[in-house]
Design a protein around this ligand. Structure first.
Ligand code: PLP
Length: 507
């Protein structure tokens, strides 16, 4: 193997010692040093090179010369050949039927090697550790409405309770008739073309269905266009399925709309699909019809299918009207995802769905795969499906939150103003959902590592945010704030953030 880059040398040294990324993390923590999962993964994939202290730690763990590892100059060093007892890998495959004094260790599969999910990643682990010590953490990191006082509509809870005894068995693998009928009617209201009951699947949240579709579609090396920044589950599931996520840019200067030229420039012969997240997490953008038409044109020109994640479609503000991209593409194969986690504040009930629409003839075989995987999981949670009809029809309590005077609307306004008032921070105003993705002036704060920024903020102010890199954003110059906590908490956070940034310099 050539060893020109840091990542090459790191991987060569790891492979020579039969050490996996998880081993390095474990060995580091056994020595009381901190090495994050995403850190190691980014070093090994070549996305990021470590700073001197992290490089020295890695060299030490691997038993190689630190300057060889950092620069490639000199020799790996004698220490590499002589495995030191505390870093020697534990057996991975050897096992015996006889009693052995060494405990067999079970490793995660190598399929997970490049999978990242920082929304619940290393900074969150550190916050949990601090909480366990009794510290109070201000959590601006996860889009889970219930802990912030957003309650499920009473009628929804009542109806689930009263139907519980009828939900003891498995349902049809696609879902209950009543749930799918209600979803179909919702699809009609959003003008999705060529939808029928067989093309509607319920899932344990949209999450399960994203995973299912990626498994059904992607062969090793197949490419799929995913936004940067993204909701990272898309990238993670595409990677886990063996596909290659290719990120197209969303343009902050243009209200975070997808950059269509960039999107099209990234299409290759191996590209199978375009993913859009609209309204967007983490930017809060809502795409106008012209942008959606542009995406449809690209999909049409290159014969791509479209996956549209629309879980925030009922949380639009400022009179924005959400348009489903599938409604503009009757001649293409589209899959539209949504659910009740956010619009009905029942993320814990795990209820989502997907709707296939448009030209379904070209995706018969893919749908065969989807059905197979859907059957294999038997069905999604049946009590959760039982409330879909109640939730989707009639009065929508979420509307109160997103209109002037409503909690989400007012909290969005406050956070947007407060962030932009901080010297060195700028943020585009979100139009939907409950996230904002501010930009940090990295020169001013000398920031080169956004995970370190998030950790420093956590340690000093006990504020937990998610770094931009956690959304597959390539530069260390953004972070995401969830503005669901109550106004008093948001005020405290924004004041503390301003104070932190009045003196923070990284490195
Ligand atoms: N899609 C997006 C864009 C999200 O932000 C989330 C959750 O935050 C999901 C999907 C997952 O939703 P569910 O709770 O339905 O699994």
């Amino acid at each position: 193997m050539g060893q020109e880059t840091f990542a090459d040398r790191l991987r060569a040294a790891m492979s020579e010692r039969s050490l996996k990324q998880a081993d390095l993390i474990r060995l580091a923590s056994e020595r009381g040093a901190k090495l994050g999962k995403s850190q190691v993964s980014q070093y090994a994939s070549g996305k990021v090179e470590p700073r001197a202290d992290a490089c020295a730690l890695l060299a030490d763990l691997l038993g190689v010369d630190a300057s060889w590892l950092a620069t490639g100059e000199g020799a790996p060093g004698a220490a590499r050949a002589a495995a030191r007892p505390e870093t020697a890998p534990r057996p991975t495959t050897a096992h015996t039927t006889q009693r052995s004094s060494t405990m067999r260790e079970f490793k995660k599969s190598s399929k997970l090697e490049n999978v990242l999910y920082d929304v619940r990643g290393p900074v969150v682990d550190e916050a949990a550790r601090m909480e366990a010590e009794g510290q109070r953490i201000l959590k601006l990191n996860i889009g889970n409405p219930a802990p912030f006082g957003f309650r499920a509509p009473d009628e929804v809870v009542h109806d689930m309770r009263s139907q519980l005894t009828e939900c003891e068995g498995y349902s049809d693998s696609r879902g209950l008739f009543s749930a799918r009928k209600a979803i179909m009617q919702y699809a009609q209201l959003k003008h999705l073309p060529n939808v029928d009951m067989d093309g509607i699947y319920t899932g344990n949240g949209v999450s399960e269905l994203i995973q299912l579709c990626m498994q059904a579609l992607l062969d090793n090396g197949d490419e799929i266009l995913i936004p940067a920044p993204d909701y990272p589950l898309w990238t993670a599931c595409a990677t886990l399925a063996g596909g290659t996520p290719v990120h197209y840019l969303c343009d902050e200067q243009a209200d975070w709309y997808p950059d269509l030229a960039d999107m099209e420039s990234k299409v290759t012969e191996r590209t199978k699909a375009i993913v859009i997240i609209n309204p967007n997490n983490p930017t809060g953008a809502v795409y106008p019809r012209e942008v959606l038409e542009g995406i449809v044109e690209i999909a049409r020109r290159h014969q791509l299918m479209i996956f549209s994640d629309e879980i925030y479609d009922r949380l639009c503000m400022d009179g924005e009207k959400h348009v489903s991209i599938a409604s503009l593409a009757p001649d293409l194969f589209c899959v539209t995802f949504s659910g009740l986690s956010k619009s009905h504040m029942v993320a814990g009930y795990r209820v989502g769905w997907m709707i296939v629409s448009g030209n379904r003839r070209c995706a018969r075989d893919f749908m065969y795969g989807v059905n197979m995987l859907s059957n294999m999981r038997l069905c999604s949670n049946v009590p959760a499906q039982s409330i879909v009809q109640t939730a989707l029809g009639g009065y929508q309590s979420v509307e109160r939150y997103v209109e002037p005077g409503g909690r989400i609307y007012e909290q969005r306004n406050y956070v947007y103003e407060a962030l932009n008032a901080i010297d060195g921070i700028t943020a585009v105003k979100p139009k939907a959902a409950f996230y904002i993705f501010p930009k940090i002036d990295v020169k001013k704060f000398n920031i080169t590592d956004d995970e370190q920024f998030a950790l420093d903020l956590l340690h000093e102010k006990r504020i937990l945010v998610t770094r931009g890199g956690g959304f597959n954003w390539g530069e260390p110059d953004h972070f995401r704030i969830v503005y669901l906590p109550r106004m008093e908490v948001l005020r405290e956070c924004m004041e503390d953030l301003a104070d932190f940034l009045s003196h923070y310099r990284q490195g």
